[in-house]
Design a protein around this ligand. Sequence first.
Ligand code: SAM
Length: 252
Amino acid sequence: MSKLRRPPSLLKRPWFARRILEVGAGHLPYQGVTHVVDKYPENEKNAEGARSGNLWVPPGVEFREGVFEKLPFANHERFDYLYARHVFEHVVDPVAAVREINRLASEGYIETPSPLYEMLCCSFPFSTQDVHFWFVWANPARNELHVVKKNEQTVREFSSSRYGRLTEALTIAKRAHPEQVLDRLLPSASKTTRLFFSGPVRLRVHQNFEEALTKGEDAFASLRHVLFYLRPPVSWLYPRFSPLKAIWRESV
Ligand SMILES: C[S@@+](CC[C@H](N)C(=O)[O-])C[C@H]1O[C@@H](n2cnc3c(N)ncnc32)[C@H](O)[C@@H]1O
């Protein structure tokens, strides 16, 4: 029996939401969705990237094959809420995807891996086989998504940033204990970019991390979040992060 994913917050989804779209729902749609769009209607082995399961459309939910960049709905078919979990980093054209979000919904939730998680999951050096095309972070106060294209230069740039040593230490630890580092050791906010949007989403496309920084847009919050838990007095209050602290200490 397939399951449905619990929404990240029902409080943020308006009580009157009747038409709820999920883009890239894959094997695990959110509870309450009424419409699902996915680029790949086939089973996992034919789909691009790891979906961790075959496409599953719950009974009564309308499925349309299509892409985020050109959603298969007319302007009058707007939605009360839109979910997009771990799909925005896969799009070829994020400008078009954001235009589609704003055309069809004015509230919703977008989640992607954080830039740190992208680094820990991608191959290093960069591989052209990677199906995640973007580093994504958000500025929720401004309803903004920020993206930097993943390529050889930006992957290198991230690992040679001022947080490079921590990234490297985590990469080594992840290779030794993949499940432990990603799923248990890292604080959850350092792994995920989340945007609950209300009103038009704005997108800022940066050439690289340095250029983003010169505009005051910083992709390294996920790393600072990790460091926050590793330094006293916070580290004394959260002993669960002591294995992470040991990884950090060994790398220094
Ligand atoms: C990593 S899976 C995420 C599945 C599910 N949302 C979750 O969080 O577990 C990415 C999903 O997005 C779909 N996908 C990839 N690129 C897409 C695009 N441009 N437009 C729509 N769906 C896309 C894939 O087929 C897959 O089902």
